[in-house]
Write a new protein. Sequence first.
Length: 130
Amino acid sequence: MLKYILIFLIVFSKLSFADTEKISLEKLKLLMSEGVPLIDIRTAKEWRETGVIKDSHLITFFNENGEVDIYKWLNELELVADKNKPLILICRSGRRTGIVSDYLDKYFEFFKIYDATDGIKEWKKINPLS
């Protein structure tokens, strides 16, 4: 009986939290071509300085002061992505997306979060930005 309870708890705990996967830029391109939304969590200043990936959704997570309004961010995200379907997060270098992915995985029930660990810095070395 204990064995079945443990199996249930393991399976249930996996289902009740987001599945987060760190991805390369090649996988990012593939997922985007399949229609998975790309969420650029950088600031407006960063978007202006470097440009953005075509068709990405620009939703700042941390403002210039490092502050977050999680419910405002989640409301904006809900307009472009379904939490019951996969989504991709990208930032400048991958550091912030790692933090955000872990946070969403821990506290919110997203189906699948892809973390573009190389960020815009690497993307723009080999791909155009708009």
